[in-house]
Design a protein around this ligand. Structure first.
Ligand SMILES: Nc1ncnc2c1ncn2[C@@H]1O[C@H](COP(=O)(O)OP(=O)(O)O)[C@@H](O)[C@H]1O
Ligand SMILES: [Mg+2]
Length: 416
């Protein structure tokens, strides 16, 4: 069961908002409905699920309904129609007691403008939520201090938040949200007010934090690069409050669902998002010492390749053998291929963006091996695949397509 399930959700602002729903269904536009009824469509028939422990990004331009959506999740805004299930429980049916419990223990919110109390110090801000939940003094201090450590603010416990930089203030906001150890973090443009450098740093820290804490994060942004960087999946909202596409960053870049999404993503450098594992894939390998030269040659012939990867019986990569070396050895009457295994092979994780592999692709004579964290062979990505993927980014653009590898790399470097 998904942690959050949203079914046919509508939020319409204005007088007797429900009457706008049949008009939407008839195909009337947001503007027409506003003119006719004075109602503003903020969310238009949203349906999707958010899985446990994923970072789900909701992306859209200003006014597309992002803040409205995230506030519907904890009913800070009352939805007009539809269903929101959290852990299978319909939050629309909860009484105020139950709802308060969900807001206190199940989910916490981080706001764009930090939402801190300026005359309180850091630790008092962080423990504020626990205080209103009547957590006793000792326990809330302990929890607040743990959360402050998590966001790297230890040493600043006694500082006034009004004296801190923007990045540090948002750390306090994050610590406050984490203090009650909620399962769900709701982050509404949490980094949008920060300077670009601080913002990038906060994004990196959120990724690190998430790798340790495994929260379910609903992250709102109007910034596509931020969405692509943070999201396991992204929902793109259109200007009409409709969800245009939901998918992984790669899915959205590789196959935008409509013209709107396409226009959105066309200026993104796909090579920074598309991973080696997506471009590459299965590659032939043999097991050493179980298999001999004969097996190596046969495998290369069968796959039409001039080299083959060699692993041990546990799939740990040992290296690569070329067809020339194998045939040379065979002519000498050898069977064991140990002496011709070339260990000088580039390896990378399947999740490496291909932009990081371009320099290697230019240098290497063999495909780049994909290995997991334990060094086990997963497949490979060829030079040709990397180069053709990088070149795709030039299709339909005015920039002249590089013709050689070094031109390609110059073009990429120039973009930095
Ligand atoms: N309280 C409100 N009353 C009337 N209209 C609202 C209210 N809040 C938001 N809206 C309208 O709903 C739409 C979505 O707003 P919002 O959710 O704030 O978008 P975003 O967060 O994506 O910028 C906008 O057209 C906005 O003007
Ligand atoms: Mg907003």
């Amino acid at each position: 069961m998904a942690l959050i399930e949203v079914n046919d959700l509508y939020k319409i602002f204005g007088p007797s908002p429900k009457r706008a729903i049949p008009m939407i269904k008839k195909g009337m536009s947001k503007g027409e409905i506003l003119k006719k009824t004075g109602c503003t469509i903020a969310i238009n028939s949203a349906t999707f699920t958010i899985e446990r422990k994923e970072t789900f990004v909701v992306m859209g331009l200003s006014g597309s309904g992002k803040s409205t959506f995230i506030r519907c999740l904890n009913r800070l805004i009352e939805p007009t129609a539809g269903e929101i299930l959290i852990d299978g429980q319909d939050i629309m049916k909860m009484d105020s007691e139950k709802l308060r419990e969900v807001r206190r223990y199940k989910m916490s919110m981080v706001f764009q403008n930090f939402g801190l109390l300026p005359h309180r110090n850091v630790v008092n801000n962080v423990e504020f939520g626990l205080e209103i939940s009547n957590v006793d003094k000792e326990e809330r201090r302990k929890k607040a201090e743990d959360a402050i450590k998590l966001v790297g603010l230890d040493g600043f416990e006694e500082s006034l938040t009004s004296e801190l930089s923007g990045g540090m203030q948002q750390r306090v906001g994050l610590a406050r949200a984490l203090a009650n150890d909620p399962e769900i973090l709701l982050m509404d443009e949490a980094f949008s007010a920060l300077d670009p450098l601080i913002r990038t740093q906060m994004q990196d820290e959120l990724l690190e934090l998430q790798a340790r804490l495994h929260k379910t994060i609903v992250f709102i942004t109007h910034d596509l690069d931020e969405a692509l960087k943070l999201g396991d999946r992204i929902a793109i909202l259109g200007p009409d409050g409709r969800v245009r596409q939901i998918g992984t960053p790669e899915e959205i870049l590789a196959s935008p669902a409509d013209e709107y999404v396409k226009r959105f993503v066309q200026n993104v450098d796909r090579t920074k998002v598309i991973s080696a594992g997506t471009v590459g894939g299965h590659a032939a390998s043999i097991t050493y010492p179980r298999e001999d030269i004969q097996a190596a040659i046969r495998t290369m012939e069968r796959h039409g390749t001039s080299s083959v990867f060699v692993t041990d019986h546990d799939r740990h990569l040992k290296g690569v053998v070329t067809i020339d070396d194998a045939i040379g050895l065979q002519k000498k009457g050898e069977k064991d291929l140990g002496t011709v295994i070339n260990a000088d092979v580039y390896t990378t994780s399947p999740s490496t963006p291909i932009s990081d592999l371009l320099a290697t692709a230019i240098e290497t004579r063999y495909p780049i091996a994909l290995v997991d964290e334990e060094g086990r062979f997963q497949g490979a990505v060829s030079r040709a695949a990397i180069i053709s993927e990088v070149n795709k980014g030039y299709e339909g653009s005015d920039v002249e397509q590089p013709q050689t590898l070094s031109e390609l790399q110059d073009a990429q470097d120039g973009e930095e």
